[in-house]
Ligand binder design. Structure first.
Ligand code: FMN
Length: 285
């Protein structure tokens, strides 16, 4: 089985399913990226999860020795912090030297890194949180765009809208590159919905934390799989940044911990079934 679309062709992957960047040491590493790529999605190794560029290089080498499938890296450019594009220069060099061909930038302006890696023959994808930034960066040579809805984990801004509004609008405003839906997606219905809205693929953080290979501690996993839908900490989660909670509202649809391959297959098969079900409704011209 395979999904053949503009994003899977661009990235050389089987399914347009991408694992999110994770800032923490020990998490945004080959440990989760390799199984995701091996299962036909795209795994990401997150530069900010490594204290030094050499540690980052070693993990990329390890990942490359474990899979022949495409792997990506992420550089999170954080406004007002030390994590500028200059900070990442040695990390960028290391990934290019180790043969990485797909580069994500995220948060603030990824253009300096994007331009540099494109000169080296890489595909550059930027992940941003607002439609305004998506439109602005679309004209700067980016190959695909990931847009994070307010349902997603990570930094929040009051200019953010929902995944539904992001993708349906971005599809009208940005017509020449693939769009990737991010935020609140964690099962086959969410995957199918993203494709139906006009996204070419999905990118998930919380959902991959609830897989066997992620191997997070129980205090991270338990709140994800036992999420109460009436807990105020959950119902207000989209609008607030609570430093004590790391997962997103995607937790609302997660109740088990499959392995990565099982999870990715469940997304693809479930979405296919859903589209067939809809086709069976007898829609006519
Ligand atoms: C623990 C954790 C750490 C994260 N660290 C980063 C990061 O360093 N850089 C980044 O761009 N996004 C980061 N994210 C955001 C994810 O990559 C992704 O955009 C987000 O989880 C999508 O929303 P979802 O959780 O609803 O799928 C992080 C998310 C989580 C849950």
């Amino acid at each position: 089985m395979k999904i053949d679309n503009d994003l899977t062709r661009m990235l050389g992957i089987e399914y347009p399913i991408i694992q999110g960047a994770y800032a923490w040491e020990g998490y945004g590493t080959s440990k989760i990226a390799v199984p995701v790529s091996e299962a036909g999605g795209l795994g990401i190794i997150t530069a900010i999860a490594f204290k030094t560029a050499e540690d980052f290089r070693e993990d990329i080498k390890k990942a490359m020795s474990l899979t022949d499938k495409p792997l990506a890296v992420n550089y999170s450019v954080l406004y007002g912090t030390e994590f500028t594009h200059e900070y990442y220069s040695e990390y960028v060099k290391a990934a290019i030297e180790e043969g990485i061909k797909i580069v994500f930038t995220s948060s603030y302006d990824g253009t300096p890194i994007g331009k540099e890696v494109k000169k080296e023959g890489c595909t550059w994808i930027h992940k941003c949180a607002t439609l305004k930034h998506a439109v602005s960066i679309a004209g700067k040579g980016v190959d695909a765009l990931a847009i994070v809805g307010v349902e997603g984990a990570g930094n929040k801004t009051n200019e953010q809208t929902t995944t539904l509004i992001n993708i349906t609008n971005a599809r009208k405003m940005i017509t020449d590159i693939p769009l990737i839906a991010v935020g609140g997606i964690a099962d086959a219905y969410g995957f199918a919905a993203a494709l139906a809205m006009g996204a070419s693929g999905v990118y998930m953080g919380t959902a991959f934390m609830a897989t066997k290979e992620f191997q997070g501690p129980d205090d991270l996993l338990n709140p994800i799989i036992n999420q109460s839908m009436t807990d105020p900490a959950y119902t207000t989660r989209a609008l607030t940044t609570d430093p004590g909670v790391f997962h997103s509202q995607a937790a609302g649809v997660i109740d088990s911990v499959p392995d990565v391959k099982e999870f990715i297959e469940s997304l693809v098969k479930g979405a296919k079934n859903r589209f067939e079900e809809i086709k069976g409704w007898g829609l006519t011209d």
